[in-house]
Write a new protein. Sequence first.
Length: 305
Amino acid sequence: MMVGYYPGCSAGGSSADYEKSTEAACDALGLRLAEIPDWNCCGSTPAHAVDTELSAALCARNLDIAAKQGVTELLTPCPSCLSNLRHAAKRMEDAAFRARVDDLLDTPAAEKFPEVISVMQGIARHCDEQAIAGRVKKKLKGLKLAAYYGCLMSRPAEIMDFGDPENPTLMESLLAACGAEVVAFPLKTSCCGAAFGIPERAVTARLSGRILALAADMGVDALVAACPLCQMNLDLRQKQAEKAADRLFNLPVLYYTQILGLAFGLGPEKLGLEKLCVSAGGLLEKIEAGLKADESAASAEGDRP
């Protein structure tokens, strides 16, 4: 199955590990990502606050390119990109707004845009839990994980269409299909501080520390993220969060695509795990220990008369 793909700007830099693991996990599932040509930045988090029409024009150009490529379903890994693209498509339904945006483009945008969904939704749409479980080579049995969506993926509900805006469960179902124990994490959609990591470091440290503290108290082996900005705040800035909370966490924060990739038997180098600031070494050892325990149990069962 081949689908349209919009990687977003961070894919080539700060979230190169997300991009690498997304491609690897989707490839293992037989989901081919066809990157749309000549795409541009969607405006990320600040553009819409400066000018709604210019922000929409950035997204409309990408949607127009995808439409002219014959794409009917466009996947993107980043919640911010997803939000911007979906908001723009919705706003372009207003004829007067569309006319003003079209004036900003080289040519008027296509009348019909492709459906934009997250890579997570695309995986679930094209591969059910049974199909995902069938790809697993290293079952994540014994691994305790907390799914963290961040505040953008499911809100606003009428635009994002991602299930319950306060309690989405899609990531949990994907991780559980790989054999992991996924805890009920109350802060799964709480804000980590988002882009305040630079102008208001103390705010991000406090909010991220709250999330990390709860995950650590619940005894999880890793916090699993789906947003490049969230992952950065919780991993790269974890020392700042520790200082704000006056405690140590040392909690790995992986992308869900990295977890899926590990379950599919892909090596850490194919998933960008070396980019993590908090090492996932303990998590990898636990996966291998579980695999050896299963092999030993199977061997003992086979030796029985």
